[in-house]
Design a protein around this ligand. Structure first.
Ligand code: SF4
Ligand code: SF4
Length: 514
């Protein structure tokens, strides 16, 4: 079986390498027709003139193609800006559309083949490794040797994986024109689902969903015998596949706006942006439903569900970010920082992002209803800052790229404004708590080690105190790894939920009256 798994790893690594070099193969040639098909009519005349030197010329790589494009197009815009001819500056970014449309390489000729040797091969290799895992071993958590693993303990493999993820996110968010071959490769799937060619976001959603499904299967193997972990994993796989990936594409096919029904403001920070509201208002009854549903989730869904079940109902069962963290990120959960200092930073950061999101949204809505008389286009600047710093850099690059370096919940713990909102409700008005049968605790520290949110669970267990923390996402892993059955995730009466037992003797503590 070992050889079979090793073969799986080899296949996976080869396909990952192919996936990584694919963006750099093939040549590029801009034709007049391509330009006409990819550029807005009002820009066509200028673009034809500006890009004339490169039309019909074949470039041997996307670097050469983009170098020439940036020289010509950037040169034009710079000249207009220098002359203060702001109305002539072209703000639209055509780099991705033109690079994709100009690709001549083998991927555009045969996308199915390249999809097969990268993605399908990669999935097969990963499953060959995952499916035989823990075969013949008893049920229960297997964390043997985790701190000796280069991949799971910030060794060379972990650093390389983190670097790859960080680079992928940077290119995806800010230089998608260099990923056009990968996007071309998934074009047939996008065409089949929505009737539209793929964008870099379709590629991202596709890879993201596959990662959750494949690593979700790994969760089934690793947490075999634990019903809570199994059902929770099925839930995140389902919500990602059905609600975040398939349904929005099908809606586009039906000429409706792309919409993820389970994404809630302020995580879905653009929900109240003017173009989103206009899109929903102008999309008939279903569009109005999207708007009302989104508002109901914010105003009623979050407080009610969190009151009854804690924030786990969203963070560990529904959310896409949580879904990736709980599946792809599971091997790295022990890397979260448990220090009090990290807890302090966490509280400042996450609530700071929540305040930023609320202020930005408040100003956006006020501006919208005053027909932009209040702040003009200034809210766009605010959106750009938030989108760059929080939506892309924090949630994407740091949130996922740093899995192998800082643990799997960096974004959920330090940055997600929705987690902050859910956490406030969970801390002050919820039936959820983790109860501790403290007299049984042997202080092994497994619970704290594997808490992905950096909660020092053992500190509470040793004192027989319930764990009531705004950051707890109710993943249940602390309870699963406890060798003494000390911890139990419960929804019960609010009374006695927060209990302080300063000195523990057996299961009944004593309190000192000073
Ligand atoms: S305290 Fe337990 S349930 Fe909560 S996040 Fe940590 S490991 Fe998960
Ligand atoms: S894992 Fe269980 S026994 Fe070990 S410190 Fe935590 S609560 Fe105590």
């Amino acid at each position: 079986m070992k050889q079979f798994q090793q073969a799986g790893i080899v296949i996976f690594v080869i396909s990952l390498l192919l996936f990584s070099v694919l963006p750099f193969i093939g040549s590029y040639k801009l034709e007049k027709e391509t330009l006409a098909a990819s550029v807005k009519t009002e820009h066509l005349g200028v673009m034809e003139e500006v890009l004339a030197p490169m039309v019909g010329q074949e470039f041997s790589s996307n670097f050469a193609f983009m170098g020439e494009f940036n020289r010509l197009f950037g040169g034009y815009n710079d000249a207009m800006k220098a002359n203060q001819q702001w109305d002539k500056v072209i703000w639209d970014n055509y780099a991705f559309a033109l690079t994709k449309a100009s690709a001549l390489g083998p991927v555009s000729q045969n996308p199915h083949f390249y999809l097969f040797i990268t993605v399908v091969f990669g999935v097969v290799g990963a499953l060959m490794y995952i499916l035989p895992m823990y075969r013949g071993k008893p049920e229960g958590i297997k964390h043997d040797g985790i701190f000796f693993s280069s991949m799971k303990s910030k060794g060379l493999l972990g650093i390389l994986t983190g670097t790859w993820l960080i680079l992928f996110y940077i290119v995806l968010y800010w230089f998608p024109e260099y990923l056009t071959n990968l996007v071309l490769m998934v074009d047939p799937i996008s065409m089949a689902l929505s009737g539209n060619p793929a964008s870099q976001w379709f590629l991202y959603g596709f890879v993201y969903t596959l990662a959750i499904i494949v690593m979700g299967i790994r969760m089934f193997r690793k947490y075999r015998g634990n019903a809570y972990q199994t059902i929770r994993t099925v839930s995140v796989m389902f919500f990602q596949l059905a609600f975040a990936f398939l349904l929005p594409e099908i809606m586009v096919l039906m000429n409706m706006p792309w919409h993820d029904f389970k994404n809630i403001w302020p995580l879905d920070y653009s929900f109240f942006y003017d173009y989103r509201i206009d899109g929903m208002v102008n999309a008939g009854a279903l569009g109005m439903f999207m708007l009302i549903w989104g508002i109901i989730l914010i105003v009623l869904g979050v407080p009610i569900f969190t009151y009854f079940f804690g924030k786990r109902w969203y963070c560990s069962w529904v959310c896409g970010c949580g879904g990736l963290a709980e599946t792809l990120g599971d091997p790295y959960r022990q890397l979260s920082d448990k220090s009090v200092k990290a807890w302090k930073i966490e509280r400042y950061l996450i609530h700071g992002v929540l305040v930023f999101a609320i202020l930005m949204t408040g100003l956006t809505i006020a501006n919208y209803f005053t027909e932009f008389a209040l702040l003009g286009q200034a809210t766009n600047q605010l959106h750009s800052i938030y989108g760059f710093a929080i939506g892309s850099a924090f949630a994407g690059v740091v949130g996922t790229g740093f899995y192998p370096l800082m643990g799997n919940r960096v974004w959920c713990r330090f940055g997600c404004p929705l987690a902050a909102y859910l956490g406030i409700v969970q801390r002050f008005k919820s039936r959820f708590r983790i109860t501790t049968n403290g007299g049984q605790c042997i202080s092994c520290g497994n619970c704290s080690t594997y808490c992905e949110m950096g909660i020092d669970v053992r500190w509470y267990a040793q004192r027989g105190q319930n764990i009531v923390r705004s950051s707890c996402v109710g993943c249940g892993v602390c309870s699963a790894v406890c060798p003494r059955g000390v911890l139990k995730l419960e929804n019960a009466d609010e009374e006695g939920r927060i209990n302080e037992k300063p000195i523990l003797i057996g299961n009944n503590s004593i309190t000192l009256n000073a």
